[in-house]
Design a protein around this ligand. Structure first.
Ligand code: FEO
Length: 398
């Protein structure tokens, strides 16, 4: 692996891993990945940006050594502390304990728990600046892209933005520079996949970050994974914005999504009652009856309707002490930042013990929905059941 001089005195010293097949247990890496680190030579010593993964520490240190002496490193700038970026910091600090780590307060707190030993530190603050030698570093919040600790660094004189996971992709490129990478189609596929799986839960923070970095004159984005973006920066930021915008949650109080399953019609009766009442009250109702036959087909549409709804109702009978398993698959595809505060409730009939409504309500609460206590009734609604159902509707509509 070559260490590329990206600009005068500014080098790529990361590690490219073509062999990785899966990242963080669940994220497939069809194009491998890289753990990017950068090195800047200044009049006042060497600055390294980002650590590396613990298992790639030796390669990372060798790459640094090929450009500068470890003893000459004065600062380590840490954008984000997930261990694929922080795991090798321990090895670096063992070799040079004089290094001062520059990071956000949240990142320093994480590093205390990762390193479990004292180290020299300098907290960065959003919009703060710091001069090292002939260079000015400006720190920009990258909050929740994708952890609370993320802080970008803009090196003013080089017009470089160091962004860690943001604008990154699990894509191993020996070219290092995106402008030289021949497989652009693969790169953009990997970028979208990476966005969807890593950054996607936080679209409103992505838009805020795009606004912040759009105001800068950027020549290069140096992410934590994938090639360095050295061409058409504006387009790259707009791609990120366009990935975020369609998933922004809306919570429209006039839009209700009802998703239900019904084996013998009792839960369907409840769902139809809600639909009729909400429509009479002038609400838009998105109505889905699911079964093993149609679930895969309607699932994407259900997610889209949930995204814009102010109220979500899940109706399931109880089957062997729990809700129909399709509902757990549906809920597993939701993440709390996209549904937090939305009103939701569960309903359904039951035969023996009726756990479905309680269990679905608990899962909805874990996802930070604003959960309204649910409604269940044994088998068929009678006069008493219809009265209770109407009272439940009043609580939903309140
Ligand atoms: Fe690449 Fe959030 O770590």
């Amino acid at each position: 692996m070559k260490c590329v001089e990206l600009q005068k005195d500014f080098y790529y010293v990361g590690v490219v891993d073509h062999a990785l097949k899966v990242f963080d247990v669940a994220v497939l890496t069809d194009y491998g990945t890289s753990y990017n680190s950068y090195l800047l030579k200044t009049d006042e010593g060497v600055v390294v940006f980002e650590g590396n993964k613990a298992v790639t520490a030796e390669e990372y240190l060798d790459h640094i050594r090929s450009i500068a002496r470890i003893e000459d490193i004065r600062y380590l700038v840490v954008t984000h502390t997930e261990p694929d970026h922080s795991g090798a910091i321990e090895s670096l600090l063992e070799l040079n304990p004089q290094i001062t780590v520059i990071a956000s307060a949240a990142a320093l707190m994480n590093l205390d728990k990762i390193l479990r030993k004292p180290f020299n530190r300098k907290p960065m603050t959003p919009n703060g600046t710091m001069n090292i030698g002939q260079y000015t570093f400006r720190f920009i919040s990258g909050m929740l892209l994708h952890w609370p600790d993320v802080m970008f660094t803009y090196i003013e004189e080089l017009k470089v933005l160091v962004s860690c996971d943001a604008f990154g992709a699990h894509f191993a490129s020996d070219e290092i520079l995106l402008s030289k990478e021949p497989d652009k189609e693969g790169y953009y596929k990997a970028l979208k996949y990476y966005y969807d799986h890593i950054i996607g839960p936080f679209p409103s923070y992505v838009i805020q970050a795009c606004d912040r970095v759009s105001a800068l004159d950027i020549k290069m984005i140096c992410p934590g994974h994938g090639p360095v973006i050295d061409d058409d920066i504006k387009k790259q930021i707009e791609i990120y914005r366009s990935l975020a915008e369609p998933s922004l949650p809306k919570n429209d109080p006039n839009h209700v999504t009802i998703v239900f399953a019904s084996a013998y019609g009792y839960t369907r009766k409840m769902a139809e009652y809600f639909k009729e009442r909400f429509e009479k009250d002038g609400k838009q109702v998105s109505f889905f009856e699911i079964s093993a036959l149609n679930y895969a087909e309607v699932k994407p549409q259900i997610y889209e309707e949930i995204r814009t709804s102010g109220l979500v109702l899940l109706g399931s009978p109880t089957l062997v002490g729990d809700a129909i398993v399709l509902f757990y698959d549906l809920l597993n595809g939701l993440v709390w930042p996209l549904v937090q505060g939305k009103k939701a409730a569960a309903f359904g009939d039951y035969g023996w013990s009726g756990e479905a409504v309680k269990n679905l309500s608990e899962r909805l609460a874990q996802l930070k929905f604003n959960v309204i206590p649910g409604f269940r009734y044994a088998f068929k609604l009678d006069e008493q059941g219809e009265k209770e159902l109407a009272e439940f509707y009043d609580r939903l509509a309140a």
